[in-house]
Every structure is written in structure tokens, then in C-alpha cells.
Ligand binder design. Structure first.
Ligand code: SF4
Ligand code: SF4
Length: 335
């Protein structure tokens, strides 16, 4: 699809935001808290911070909530009424301020929820999301998007990608039909494309490895001391999975209150010992090393084998939050 380039003035971003909210869209954006920058719902432009590398949490909860009702039921003596959650109306959501890695993460995430059969709940939400991303102008030692076929100005996954120019104004790349429609709906805010090239304004992200090479190597590394070595400090807390924009493991819970109840889908993690524990007491992934291996193989081997896209976009969130200082990049580069 042909990308359309425009200029948008810094002062026009607030007008664009107000138009989106005025049109009934719910906007999630990076918001500065006491200790963290989180993707949260914002009502006013002034609540948004642009002083962030990446948010601590991922934007995935908008399409894959931490806990989500699949259906509920009500029983009477004669009947059981089932209320299917997938028929509920979903509102339009704008994710404002996603980074290119966050936007790219929606590609493998959507693949996962459309693997064996299309997940209606997920697809309903995903269809209503607009991704308005901002290119990275800075990076840190945890970033490795360029090792997994991404980049600080990568357009994959975004509807519009904004890149800050030396003037303080922005290059706006309208990538998808949704993005182009949004530009058309707000035409007075967008001007002719700037002359300045985008590349000189992007962060310089070091490339540590090549995704295709690591994928090929991992075919033969199921038995390797690195799994135990690199996971020895792991507490099995699951933080790495919960902040990851691609991780999508879930568990199903049934809740019953008298004659009513519901079935819930809740985030889970392959890093938890309980995740694969059988009723018999046997656990096929009985050690943290085996669980760490699964995490790496799933992201860098099984997912790209199945859908051609890795299950990691190199955002570095998992390594930044890990209380045991386990760094996914160290494991992959060691391999
Ligand atoms: S965040 Fe760190 S300690 Fe927690 S499960 Fe992940 S690797 Fe283990
Ligand atoms: S595995 Fe870590 S670096 Fe890769 S996408 Fe998930 S949080 Fe980001």
C-alpha cells in the first residue's frame, strides 16, 4: 500500500486529539505517573507526556484485556440463559503514542488470535483500534528492534506514523486506509509533505543479532546449558510476559455466584510453574530453565516458523521490569 506523506504542525496535534475525542473515540496514550509512564485512557491532551522511551505496560490490554468475560449465564428451574460477550458493542479506540515496536507487535498478536480459528472478541476490538504511532528519537541499552526486522521509524502495524523533525513539527505518514481516512477527516490540519528526510531524526538502535540466523540456530539448541544458566535467578513472577506486547498466554476461569456465573479469560504466563502442571502432578516444564527455553523458542522459532513473524519486537520491556535482572537480549546473543 502506498504511504502518503504530510506535514503536521506541533500545534495541530492537540487539535487532532480534540477532534478524535469529539468524534466519540476513546483515546489511550502515555501518561506520566509517579514512577512509571503507562498507556492509559486520557480525556485531555495535557494528560499526555511525550517524555518517554516506551511505556512500562504494553498497549495489548486494549484488545486483549487482563481479565475478560467470554460469556455469562443465568439459571432458572426451567432454563439456562447464555449471554455471549462477543455480541457486545465495542467502541472505537485510538492508541496515541505507540512506538513502532508496539504497533508491529499487533501483527503477531493478531496472528495468534486467528490461528486455529478467528477469535471474535479479539477481532471485534482490533477492528476498532487506530494506531497513531510516534517514531523513536532515543533508545536505550534494552532496545533491539533492529535485530528482529523492526526499526525506530518502522511503519509496519501503524495507521499513521509521526516523526518529529528538527523544526519541532512532524512528518505524518498515512500508511493504511484507516490512517488515510483519518487524515481526510482532518484535512485542514495536514499540509504538503516536508522536505526534511525522516531518517536523520531517528534513534540509532544497535543491531545485536539477525532474527533469521537465530531462528535457524534454534532448531538445534533444545538441549543447551544456556537455558539453565540464564534463568537461574528467575523468580517465575510473570512480569516479563505481562508487560510484553506480544505475549498472549491465557487461562480460563469459571466464576459462579448462586445461579449466575461467567467464564473468564485471564492473562497467564509460560514462566509460571503452574502453567503446565498436570492434574497428575507431572509437569513437562518442571524447571525455570525449561520455561525460559519455551519462552525463547516460542518467540524466536515456533512463531516465525508458523506465521513468518517473530514473537518479539525488541521493545526491551521484559528486561527493564525483571526484578531478577534477567535480560532476554543476553540470552539470545549468548545463543
Ligand atoms: S520478569 Fe524476570 S524473574 Fe519474573 S518471570 Fe520474567 S524472567 Fe523470571
Ligand atoms: S519478549 Fe521482551 S523485548 Fe520481546 S517484545 Fe516481549 S517484552 Fe519486548
Amino acid at each position: 500500500m502506498q504511504i502518503e506523506n504530510y506535514l503536521i504542525r506541533k500545534s495541530s496535534l492537540e487539535k487532532l486529539f480534540n477532534n478524535l475525542v469529539g468524534n466519540g473515540k476513546t483515546v489511550y496514550a502515555p501518561k506520566a505517573g509517579e514512577k512509571r509512564i503507562l498507556f492509559e485512557e486520557v480525556k485531555a491532551f495535557s494528560e499526555i507526556t511525550d517524555n518517554y522511551l516506551v511505556t512500562t505496560n504494553a498497549a495489548k490490554s486494549v484488545v486483549f484485556p487482563r481479565t475478560e468475560k467470554l460469556f455469562s449465564y443465568k439459571k432458572t428451574k426451567e432454563t439456562t440463559e447464555i449471554i455471549d460477550a462477543s455480541t457486545e458493542t465495542v467502541s472505537e479506540v485510538v492508541l496515541w503514542g505507540t512506538r513502532p515496536c508496539d504497533a508491529a507487535a499487533f501483527i503477531p498478536l493478531t496472528d495468534t488470535f486467528n490461528g486455529d480459528y478467528p477469535d471474535v472478541l479479539y477481532n471485534n476490538r482490533r477492528g476498532k483500534v487506530y494506531l497513531l504511532s510516534f517514531s523513536c528519537t532515543t533508545c536505550d541499552e534494552y532496545c533491539f528492534c533492529t535485530s528482529v526486522n523492526g526499526g525506530p521509524g518502522n511503519t509496519a502495524g501503524s495507521d499513521i506514523l509521526f516523526t518529529k523533525l528538527s523544526t519541532g513539527d512532524y512528518l505524518a505518514e498515512a500508511i493504511t486506509e484507516k490512517g488515510k481516512q483519518l487524515v481526510a477527516d482532518n484535512q485542514s490540519l495536514f499540509e504538503a509533505a516536508p522536505a526534511e528526510a525522516k531518517e536523520s531524526n531517528l534513534a540509532k538502535v544497535k543491531t545485536y543479532f539477525n532474527q533469521d540466523e537465530i531462528q535457524a540456530k534454534l532448531q538445534n539448541l533444545f538441549e543447551n546449558p544456556v537455558w539453565d544458566e540464564k534463568s537461574r535467578a528467575c523468580l517465575g513472577c510473570g512480569s516479563c510476559a505481562f508487560v510484553c506486547p506480544v505475549c498472549s498466554c491465557f487461562d480460563i476461569q469459571d466464576e459462579k455466584h448462586g445461579s449466575k456465573g461467567s467464564r473468564l479469560r485471564c492473562w497467564d504466563s509460560c514462566g509460571f510453574g503452574l502453567f503446565t502442571l498436570h492434574t497428575s502432578g507431572h509437569n513437562p516444564r518442571g524447571t525455570q530453565g525449561a520455561r525460559w527455553r519455551q519462552r525463547i523458542l516460542h518467540k524466536f522459532l515456533y512463531m516465525p516458523n508458523k506465521s513468518k513473524v517473530a514473537g518479539c519486537v525488541g521493545c526491551g520491556r521484559c528486561s527493564r521490569v525483571c526484578p531478577a535482572d534477567i535480560n532476554i537480549l543476553e540470552t539470545v546473543t549468548a545463543l
